[in-house]
Design a binder for this molecule. Structure first.
Ligand SMILES: Nc1ncnc2c1ncn2[C@@H]1O[C@H](COP(=O)(O)OP(=O)(O)OP(=O)(O)O)[C@@H](O)[C@H]1O
Length: 670
């Protein structure tokens, strides 16, 4: 580029010099202007063409060989630029001169034409051939003169041109020589380039394995990078592990210290254990002595226990194996109907000894006088209206205890409908103060069994709840299938009574017994009578069997607690029953009189006891005779309306009460 700029500058300088020269020449040529104007344009053209071709010959040929391109180009361009500049300047000089000659000729021609115009205005007529010849001769003379001048001028110029040509030729020669030298140099350079090229090729071939190595190196570098990154990750992991190890080491040290502490503690504990072992050995000796003492005291206790049982039963026997308690229920709010109590209740007197009850009835004599008629009764105990369930149970708890001692116990509730039998036996389940004899008896049995456990007794208990309705037995713990038929069977050898196809549930807690009672209550047949809207028309029998075994004495005992809620004892006339209800009442009354008969036969020590006369007595056969103990509640209503039924119940109870065996006979008259 710098060379180009230099060449351009040189060209500019030459142009400027040429222009200056042209100016000078123009000034010189001013004198010959008129000759120039007359020069021949055809000749000028030829001269210009000759000059241009000679100039083109001067320009050296530029070879742009692919390989030598840059070198040759630079060399040729410098030569060419110089030659071109020279040729251009010379051409421009010639052109200028030609232009000037043409200008001169044309100006002369113009002048001549002006003269011609004058001649045309003096144009001779066609017939003036002589005149016209004269004009032509004049004109040819003038032209001849002009051409001579022009030729003269041109020959001068051709000379200059020739001079210039010679100069150019010499320059061309020089340039050709220079060109030759340069061509040689180019050839040398080409050779050099060839050599360099070959070298380059050999170097490239030599570099090939190096490139392969480079590639390998690259892949190795990548691998190294990968390895490095994985090493870094591993290092991080190692550092983490190191931290963990550090922590573990610390905790191991702590644990070791703790272990040391533990060892010391263990040693101390070992010492203590040793001392304790010695103490234990001592205590074992003491225990052996105590065991011996306990065994002897236990023997004493068992002896005492059997003594207690003996005495307890002797007391009961003294009291009588069949006992009767009378209970008078209070007047219900619904029954008084706002009237004064004395107007609705029977006049009942309770003499001081708690065993007597006197009912008074106002009767009218034949004379029309009203006289009181007294109905005195005596039982084992009489409970007044205000007697609580708890008070009543206190008096029967000894009987319950007898069941645990291996006796068969029967507790009946007898009375007319609505007299309070169910209240006495079952009570109000959700009210602890008003729960009846059955739940209280169960509770006491469990408590007593627990106490007896210390004395070596272990009890198994099972419950059964049956109903006798219209002389058929029903299972109150079953699925309610009334079509099932059950048979009462007695084992003469074991003295055990069973009822076929009935549910017997083993119980371990009082709660289980309560659930069992609830289910039975739901299943119990309840019918409506005129006397009591929820009167039970059946006998319900809860049988609680207790089997005990003493692990110390190896004694066994089997007792049964029968708790019976009897059906209402209505007189047919009073109940107003008809149809099915009449049948029910008849069945109830029959079974109740059978019960009375059995008790009387037992008291009289009859050879035949009519157990089979009713399902109830047959079911209770083993619990009513032999070593069985019976208690009957006679429940009575205080209402004046129930007076006759009450008297009937009290008479029935008295009959039962008279059957007592081994008790002092009471001389009481009713
Ligand atoms: N001692 C009492 N204290 C308070 N209320 C009582 C007492 N005895 C009975 N009653 C009430 O009298 C009503 C009738 O009693 P209960 O149902 O026990 O008679 P029942 O003799 O069992 O009759 P049924 O033979 O028809 O079954 C019940 O509402 C009961 O709560």
């Amino acid at each position: 580029m710098s060379k180009e700029i230099q060449s351009q500058k040189q060209f500019q300088m030459l142009t400027n010099a040429l222009n200056r020269k042209r100016k000078q020449e123009d000034e010189k040529d001013d004198n010959a202007k008129h000759i120039k104007n007359r020069s021949n344009p055809v000749l000028m053209k030829n001269i210009l063409q000759t000059t241009a071709s000679s100039a083109s010959k001067i320009v050296p040929k530029i070879n742009f060989d692919v390989d030598k391109k840059s070198v040759t180009k630079s060399i040729n361009s410098s030569t060419r630029n110089t030659t071109l500049r020279d040729t251009r300047s010379k051409n421009s000089l010639i052109t200028n001169r030609m232009t000037n000659s043409t200008r001169l000729l044309s100006s002369r021609k113009t002048t001549n034409s002006t003269t011609g115009t004058k001649r045309i205005t003096k144009k001779r007529p066609a017939w003036d051939t002589k005149g016209r010849l004269q004009d032509l001769e004049m004109e040819s003379k003038e032209n001849k003169k002009l051409i001579e001048e022009l030729l003269k001028n041109l020959s001068g110029k051709i000379k200059i041109q020739e001079k210039d040509n010679n100069e150019l030729k010499q320059e061309h020669k020089k340039t050709t020589e220079t060109n030759k030298t340069l061509t040689q140099k180019i050839e040398e350079l080409t050779e050099l380039i060839e050599t360099l090229r070959e070298r380059n090729t050999s170097l490239e071939s030599k570099l090939k394995p190096y490139d392969e190595l480079k590639d390998k190196n690259k892949s190795l570098e990548e691998k190294i990078k990968d390895r490095e990154s994985s090493i870094n990750i591993k290092n991080e992991e190692i550092n983490k592990l190191k931290d963990i190890i550090k922590d573990q080491t610390t905790s191991i040290t702590i644990l070791k210290n703790e272990e040391l502490g533990f060892k010391t503690t263990i040693e101390a504990k070992d010492l203590i254990i040793k001392t304790k072992d010695e103490e234990i050995a001592k205590m074992k000796n003491e225990m052996e002595i105590l065991k011996e003492q306990y065994k002897s005291s236990n023997r004493k206790r068992i002896q005492e226990e059997s003594l207690r049982r003996k005495m307890h039963n002797e007391i009961l026997e003294l009291k009588g194996n069949i006992r009767v308690f009378c209970r008078v229920r209070p007047v219900l709010t619904s029954e008084s109907n706002g009237k004064p109590l004395k107007d609705v209740t029977t006049d009942i007197q309770y003499p001081d000894d708690e065993r007597k009850i006197i009912l008074t009835q106002q009767s009218t004599t034949a004379l029309g006088n009203t006289i009181p008629k007294l109905y005195p009764f005596a039982f084992d105990k009489v409970f007044q209206e205000n007697a609580s369930q708890g008070e009543i149970f206190e008096d029967i708890s000894q009987l319950v205890q007898s069941a645990l001692d291996g006796y068969n116990v029967c507790i009946f509730a007898y009375g007319q409908t609505g007299s309070g039998k169910t209240y006495t036996m079952e009570g109000i389940p959700d009210d602890p103060d008003r729960i009846g004899m059955i739940p209280r008896a169960v509770k006491q049995i469990f408590l007593a069994a627990k106490e007896l456990k210390e004395k070596g007794w272990k009890y198994e208990m099972e419950g059964q709840y049956l109903e006798i309705y219209n002389e058929t037995v029903r299972d109150l713990l079953g699925n309610g299938d009334l079509s099932k038929k059950h048979e009462i069977k007695h084992n003469l050898h074991t003295g055990k009574t069973t009822v076929t196809d009935t549910t017997v549930i083993k119980v371990h807690t009082p709660e289980q017994v309560h659930n069992l009672l609830k289910k039975a209550q739901q299943n119990r047949a309840v019918g409506a009578t005129l006397c009591n809207e929820r009167s039970s028309r059946s006998h319900s029998v809860f049988i609680f069997k207790l089997s005990g075994i003493n692990s110390i004495t190896e004694d066994t005992c089997e007792g049964t607690l029968n708790l019976i809620d009897l059906a209402g004892s209505e007189r047919l006339s009073q109940s107003g029953a008809t149809g099915d209800r009449l049948k029910e009442t008849q069945a109830i009354n029959k079974s109740l009189s059978c019960l009375s008969d059995v008790i009387a036969a037992l008291a009289n020590k009859d050879p035949h006891i009519p157990y089979r006369n009713s399902k109830l007595t047959y079911l209770l056969q083993n619990s009513l005779g032999g070593n069985s103990k019976t208690l009957m509640f006679v429940n009575i209503s205080p209402l004046i309306n129930n007076f006759q039924e009450t008297i009937c119940s009290l008479r029935f109870a008295t009959k039962v009460n008279k059957c007592q065996i081994g008790t002092a006979k009471r001389s009481f008259k009713n």
